[in-house]
Write a protein that binds this ligand. Structure first.
Ligand code: FEO
Ligand code: CA
Ligand code: CA
Ligand code: CA
Length: 626
């Protein structure tokens, strides 16, 4: 890699490039020991070790046979290495909306042949690099709220070899094509499309005014020259996964916000900067034209990002609200459930190597049919601790457990979690809660640093229960069942639903658990969602070069899992270069919508630059698919 050119790096590689951590030697634990010690040798964890504490709700899960996928309502598909989207026989796909497509009639010609959208049109079109999304029904209409996680400088700033904006206008353009889009869709008889000029259509960008809410709002840590009140932040950025509240608002999750800040002066050493990877070169050079992104001028501005932000899609005039009580870190998604004791629980992953899995529990109880936003301002954050005996507990982050005050806990949540003694994880991506059973799943996408080097806080990352493989290139999905069937309970039992791997390359744990086989193998689970029937849909964001450790795995894919039998079947493959991210269903469940982020080739147009897009997927016979 060219030492100076970072434009091609992924966000996590970019972080490690700017903030390299020393290797940590001396790990002598080998993965075979880790696995056998925990009784994993049979593949996916069978509950035969006698360690299970909540047996009743966990019974009936036998070690899956080599799943052949015949139990699914579709015929699983092969891998692919091309630049197309593939789905099973009897299914169809169609692009719903691409980067640059108009939300308003004035922008109908906004996407030119060279793919360079004008600044003027940049906030009137669908944003780039679609990610988490949710569908809302409002007054009989269907709205999608969806993230545009980041922008691709090679596409939008072709003259800039390093992705750095050369002018204020270029920076403004990049700010506009990221963030969140809300738009109405309708089935016109020819498939779903965007309803141009719908009063609900809206872009929320890096410049949109936001309210800071919760215990950190108004605190000195979030005051800036531009906002001495610390109550009014601007912009939501690097919007990754999503969530939907019980009161039908959208949760957008701010992930790699740190990469947006740089400095034109002396590099400040702000509190928490090292742990959060803040400082050094920024990705797009906003700081050259906007003091808000210049750490030498506004050292607190990064403290106003990295939150869960709530947006009301039904009210296009509403101001998004940053919910500081849910902590500040590289948020992946926000999975909200109504616990059996009436409180709200939100599961939250922090996607960085060796960071943590969290849970927010509201102080108050929620009443169905009411607006519950205020419940997200008052509650307790917890970090997950997984014990090797397949039990676990949620450790509260409080002044007593962390030595930090409440504002510090919320602003520097990672440090609080380290102090409390959480379990370092293999990059927690999406959490999905089963709608028909009290249990939840988290995709641990991969972690090449497991057993190799500590996390950014210096915490040990030796192999542990749910993260049992050193230099884990494949990832796994951990599942937990809360005690007493109450998501707000402090104790849980856990197992691994699947360990991804390549059984054609390895005949050890890197070959994956027994429900992984030559016909369904994949790497790097990331997006996850349950459909209303209880199938778990799994989206990958992994290595798609189809070589070496990944030979035979092909392009990124979407799979469907049966969480009772353990069987997993491949449903979709996406163009080479792309990850699959974001999943929701039409109100009648007859159409699924999935995001295709950073495709390669010239997908989907067949010529010109590739364009991230949402695709609609349906069964030709009209039967519901979710
Ligand atoms: Fe934006 Fe962790 O994925
Ligand atoms: Ca992701
Ligand atoms: Ca990912
Ligand atoms: Ca991504």
């Amino acid at each position: 890699m060219d030492e100076h050119n970072t434009v091609d790096l992924s966000w996590d590689d970019f972080d490690e490039h700017r903030n390299p951590r020393p290797d940590e030697n001396g790990f002598d634990t080998v993965v075979e020991n880790a696995i056998s010690r925990r009784g994993f040798m049979g593949g996916v964890v069978a509950f035969g070790s006698g360690a299970i504490v909540f047996g009743a709700s966990l019974s009936g899960f036998a070690t899956p046979a080599k799943a052949d996928g015949h139990e699914f309502p579709f015929k699983p598909i092969q891998t692919a290495t091309d630049h197309e989207v593939h789905v099973p026989e009897g299914y169809k796909t169609q692009v719903l909306v691409r980067y640059g497509d108009a939300l308003f009639s004035e922008a109908q010609d906004a996407y030119p042949a060279d793919g360079l959208i004008s600044l003027d049109m940049s906030d009137k079109v669908f944003g780039e690099n679609t990610d988490g999304m949710e569908l809302f029904e409002v007054d009989g209409k269907q709205l999608i709220a969806v993230n545009s996680e980041y922008c691709n400088p090679k596409i939008n700033l072709p003259a800039s070899s390093e992705g750095i904006s050369a002018s204020a206008d270029e920076a403004a353009l990049l700010k506009n094509i990221q963030g969140v889009t809300v738009f109405e869709i309708a089935d016109t008889g020819n498939g779903y499309g965007v309803v141009l000029d719908s009063p609900f259509n809206r872009r929320i960008t890096h410049e949109t005014e936001m309210t800071l809410a919760g215990p950190l709002a108004g605190h000195d840590l979030v005051k800036t020259n531009a906002d001495p009140s610390g109550m009014t932040a601007k912009g939501t950025m690097n919007n990754c996964g999503s969530g939907k509240t019980l009161w039908n608002t959208y949760l957008t999750c701010e992930e790699n916000f740190n990469g947006y800040f740089g400095t034109t002066g002396e590099e400040p050493v702000g509190e928490g900067y090292t742990r959060y990877g803040i400082g050094g070169k920024s990705r797009y050079g906003y700081e050259l034209f906007d003091a808000r992104y210049d750490l030498s001028k506004e050292s607190n501005e990064p403290h106003r990002h990295g939150f869960i932000t709530e947006i009301d899609p039904a009210d296009p005039a509403s101001t998004p609200i940053k919910r500081t009580a849910l902590g500040r870190f590289k948020h992946e998604n926000a999975e909200m459930v109504h616990a059996s004791d009436g409180r709200i629980v939100v599961y939250l992953g922090d996607d960085e190597r060796g960071e943590y899995l969290y849970r927010f529990v509201s102080a108050g109880v929620y009443t169905e049919g009411t607006y519950g936003g205020d419940l997200l301002n008052d509650g307790t954050l917890y970090v997950a601790k997984f014990n090797d005996d397949q039990t676990g507990e949620w450790l509260p982050l409080t002044p007593e457990t962390t030595g930090m005050d409440v504002a510090e806990i919320l602003c520097f949540t990672r440090m609080a979690a380290s102090a409390a003694g959480g379990t370092t994880m293999d990059r927690p991506e999406w959490v999905a809660a089963n709608p028909i059973k009290v249990e939840a799943y988290c995709a641990l996408t991969n972690n090449r640093n497991r057993g190799v080097k500590p996390n950014a806080g210096g915490d040990d990352t030796s192999v542990n229960g749910p993260n049992p493989r050193e230099t884990n290139h494949y990832g796994q999905i951990v599942r937990w069942t809360p005690a007493g069937e109450n998501h707000a309970a402090d104790d849980f039992a856990w197992d691994l639903y699947v360990m991804a791997g390549n059984p054609t390359v390895y005949d050890n744990q890197y070959g994956g658990s027994d429900n992984v086989n030559e016909g369904n193998m994949f790497n790097s689970p990331d997006g996850m969602a349950f459909d209303s029937t209880g199938y778990l849909w799994i989206q990958t964001d992994g290595d798609d070069d189809n070589e070496g450790d990944f030979e035979g795995q092909g392009n990124n894919q979407m799979l469907v899992g049966n969480t009772e039998t353990g069987a997993i079947a491949r449903f979709m493959t996406v163009p080479n270069g792309a990850e699959v991210t974001g999943l929701c269903w039409s109100a009648d469940k007859k159409v699924a919508f999935a995001g295709i982020q950073h495709p390669g080739g010239s997908w989907p147009d067949g010529a010109g630059k590739p364009r991230s897009a949402i695709v609609a997927i349906w069964r030709e016979d009209g039967v519901a698919i979710g």
